[in-house]
Design a protein around this ligand. Structure first.
Ligand SMILES: Cc1cc2nc3c(=O)[nH]c(=O)nc-3n(C[C@H](O)[C@H](O)[C@H](O)COP(=O)(O)O)c2cc1C
Length: 339
C-alpha cells in the first residue's frame, strides 16, 4: 500500500487535547507549518461544526481532528452511584455544591460527530480509546482524509494495522491525558513502543514525554514519521487552558512535588495521567464516561472558584520541562529547531 504523505511541512503534531485545543491554537500551529489538531471527543456536532468553521476562517492549512471511539453505554447500580458521590463529597463540601444529578447520554453522539467530519473533510482524523469500523475508515480515506489510530502496545498496534490506517499514533507511558488505547496496563516508553510498531510497516507518530527540540529529534531518529506533543502546548497563549490549570502548570515548571504526575480514574472513570491533586486521589468511580459526566459540572465550578485541587490537571511525566507562556508559532519554531 502506498504511504500517505505527512499532511504538514514540519513533522510535528500539536496533540489533540479535548477541552484545551481551541480553534485559535489549531490554526496557529498549522499556520506555523506543523499539524494543529482539535480534540473534539467531548464536542456536540453543532460545536464541532462551529469550531471547524472558525479554524478555516483562520487558516487554509491542513489540520487534524480527534474523536473518542465510544464503548457501549456503561451500566451501574444506584449503590455504585451513591459510592461515587460519597467519594466526591469532600469536593462538594469544599465548593459548597449540592449532590449533582446524572442522566444519560453521558457523552456526545459519535455518529453525529462523524457526520460533521465526513462533510468537512479535515486533512486527517485520529481515533482514540478503540478502533472505528472499517466502513468509517474507508469513507474518510475515500475522500482523502487520513485516518490515524492511537495505540499503546504492540498488540493494539497489530489490531489497528489490520485496518490499514494512514498512521499509528504510539502513545507511550509518559503521555499526559487519557491512555489512548484499550489495554489500561500498556505502559511502554515512547521511543521503544515507536520502534516496536515500526515493524508493522505503517508510519508511526510518537507521543508521550516529548518536550524539547532534542526529544523530538530523537523520536524522529528512532524512525517516527512525526512527534505528537501535548503537554508542551498547554501553556501556549492560544490554548484554552484555564487560569487555575495554568497556575498549577507554572508550579510544575519549578519541579519537585508540584511536578509529580500519576495515573488516575478520579475525574473521568478512565485511566489518565495528570498532576497529583485531590481529585486525582478519588478512587471510587463510575465507569467512563459516566464519571466524566458526573464530575464535569463540579470541575467547571472548581474552575470558576479557582480551585486547581479539584480539576483534571492532565500533564505528562516530563511536565517540569515546560517552557513558559509563549505563542504557538514560537513553540513550533523552537520544538523543530534541531530538525
Ligand atoms: C490536557 C490533555 C488532553 C488530552 N486530550 C486528548 C484527546 O482528546 N485525544 C487524544 O487522542 N489524546 C489526548 N491527549 C493525549 C495526547 O494526544 C498525547 O498522547 C499526549 O499529550 C502526549 O504526551 P505529552 O503530554 O507528554 O506530550 C491529551 C493530553 C493532554 C495533556
Amino acid at each position: 500500500m502506498p504511504k500517505s504523505p505527512f499532511p504538514a511541512r514540519l513533522p510535528l503534531v500539536q496533540a489533540p487535547m479535548a477541552g484545551v485545543t481551541t480553534p485559535e491554537l489549531v490554526a496557529a500551529v498549522s499556520e506555523a507549518g506543523a499539524l494543529g489538531s482539535l480534540g473534539a471527543g467531548y464536542l456536540s456536532a453543532e460545536r464541532l461544526a462551529a469550531d471547524l468553521k472558525r479554524i478555516r476562517q483562520l487558516t487554509p492549512q491542513p489540520f487534524m481532528v480527534n474523536l473518542f471511539v465510544p464503548d457501549p453505554e456503561p451500566q451501574f447500580s444506584a449503590d455504585e452511584l451513591n459510592a461515587a458521590l460519597t467519594a466526591l463529597q469532600p469536593m462538594l463540601n469544599d465548593l459548597q455544591l449540592p449532590r449533582p444529578t446524572l442522566a444519560p447520554p453521558y457523552a456526545a453522539d459519535f455518529g453525529d460527530q462523524l457526520c460533521v467530519l465526513l462533510e468537512e473533510a479535515p486533512a486527517a482524523v485520529s481515533f482514540t480509546f478503540g478502533l472505528p469500523d472499517t466502513d468509517i475508515m474507508r469513507a474518510f480515506q475515500a475522500q482523502g482524509t487520513q485516518v490515524w489510530l492511537t495505540v499503546t502496545s504492540l498488540e493494539e498496534g497489530e489490531q489497528a494495522a489490520a485496518l490499514h490506517p494512514d498512521a499509528l499514533v504510539a502513545q507511550g507511558r509518559a503521555a499526559g491525558g487519557h491512555r489512548g488505547g484499550w489495554q489500561a496496563d500498556a505502559l511502554a516508553p515512547t521511543v521503544e513502543l515507536t520502534q516496536e510498531l515500526l515493524a508493522l510497516g505503517q508510519p508511526v507518530v510518537a507521543a508521550g514525554g516529548l518536550m524539547t527540540p532534542g526529544d523530538i529529534r530523537r523520536a524522529l531518529e528512532a524512525g517516527a514519521a512525526a512527534a505528537q506533543c501535548g503537554t508542551a502546548f498547554l501553556l501556549a497563549r492560544e490554548a484554552g487552558t484555564s487560569a487555575p490549570y495554568r497556575e498549577a502548570l507554572e508550579g510544575a515548571r519549578r519541579g519537585g512535588e508540584a511536578a509529580m504526575t500519576m495515573l488516575t480514574r478520579g475525574p473521568s472513570g478512565r485511566l489518565a495521567r495528570g498532576l497529583v491533586n485531590r481529585l486525582a486521589a478519588v478512587d471510587t468511580v463510575l465507569p467512563y464516561p459516566a464519571q466524566n459526566a458526573l464530575t464535569q459540572p463540579l470541575r467547571a465550578e472548581a474552575t470558576r472558584q479557582h480551585r486547581p485541587e479539584w480539576l483534571s490537571l492532565w500533564a505528562g511525566e516530563q511536565v517540569a520541562e515546560l517552557t513558559g507562556e509563549r505563542s504557538a508559532a514560537e513553540l513550533v519554531r523552537w520544538l523543530t529547531s534541531e530538525l
